[in-house]
Ligand binder design. Structure first.
Ligand code: NAD
Length: 243
């Protein structure tokens, strides 16, 4: 329970799903966690999980990201979890849809990494963990046109950061989850109809969805010094979806 002892972590989209489970897992492993999200009620409910510091942050707002990084100071761990799943093909994706998805899923990480990397470099090291997806990186999922493109971009920016700062103590890895039971995933299932959840389960060879805690376990490993020899990798964790 002290795998992250002495480390300070900054987490985006920490109010729900994978970001939330990761923030809680980080605290349980001894890290000091600063949690952010646009959902203030969700953030407030993190206090009972032992997360003392939380603030509203829209990762689409460059000035707000720069300001909070100044306020928080240097961190050892940056977990970028914010992301949106656009449903549809190229024909369903307007220019505005494209721009929104890239802004929230990709440019958000550009913003937070630019803001927090200097502090990590001053400290002499740090671990950046970006939530990508199996869709787009390992597999083309139907109706995940712009989503897949954003997540492939996340894998590419992850490798670029890893390569550029490998000699300066910085590691940067991506996590590529398959279908994980989170509030937004259940919303997508419900939108697909009454059999929606079963449809998502049916495409899983394991016969079940993943849990946010299972993704958080990988995030802890990548955030910790246990993974010191690992950088620039898109780590798939998909319950055999791509087998
Ligand atoms: P979720 O989608 O249920 O919750 C996302 C959280 O992001 C919410 O708390 C929401 O308030 C917050 N958020 C939304 N817009 C924001 C913004 N502009 N600024 C800050 N926070 C914002 O959680 P999830 O399904 O765990 O998704 C988290 C990440 O995991 C996403 O990047 C998603 O693409 C990725 N992912 C999820 C799955 C899955 O099946 N659930 C699979 C692969 C990848």
């Amino acid at each position: 329970s002290d795998r992250l002892k002495g480390k300070r972590a900054f987490v985006t989209a920490a109010a729900a799903g994978i970001g939330r489970a990761s923030a809680i897992a980080f605290v349980r492993e001894g890290a000091e966690v600063f949690a952010t999200d646009i959902d203030e009620a969700g953030l407030a409910s993190l206090a009972k999980e032992g997360i003392g510091e939380a603030a509203k942050l829209d990762v689409r707002d460059s000035d707000a990201v720069a300001a909070i990084a100044k306020q928080v100071g240097a961190v050892d761990i940056l977990l970028n979890a914010a992301g949106f799943v656009h449903h549809g093909t190229v024909l369903d994706c307007s220019d505005a849809d494209w721009d929104f998805s890239f802004d929230l899923n990709v440019k958000s990480m550009h913003r937070t990494i630019r803001a927090f990397l200097p502090g990590m470099l001053e400290k002499g090291g740090g671990s950046i963990v970006n939530i990508s997806s199996a869709a787009g990186v390992f597999k083309a999922a139907p109706n995940r046109y712009v989503y897949g493109a954003t997540k492939a971009a996340v894998a590419a920016l992850t490798r670029a950061i890893a390569a550029d700062f490998i000699t300066r103590g910085i590691r940067c890895n991506a996590i590529c989850p398959g279908t994980i039971e989170t509030p937004s995933m259940l919303g997508r299932a419900a939108a697909a109809g009454p059999q929606g959840r079963e449809m998502f389960v049916a495409r899983q060879p394991m016969g079940r969805l993943g849990t946010a805690e299972e993704i958080a376990a990988l995030a802890v490993y990548l955030a910790s010094d246990e993974s010191a020899f690992t950088t620039g990798v898109a780590h798939i964790i998909d319950g055999g979806w791509t087998l």
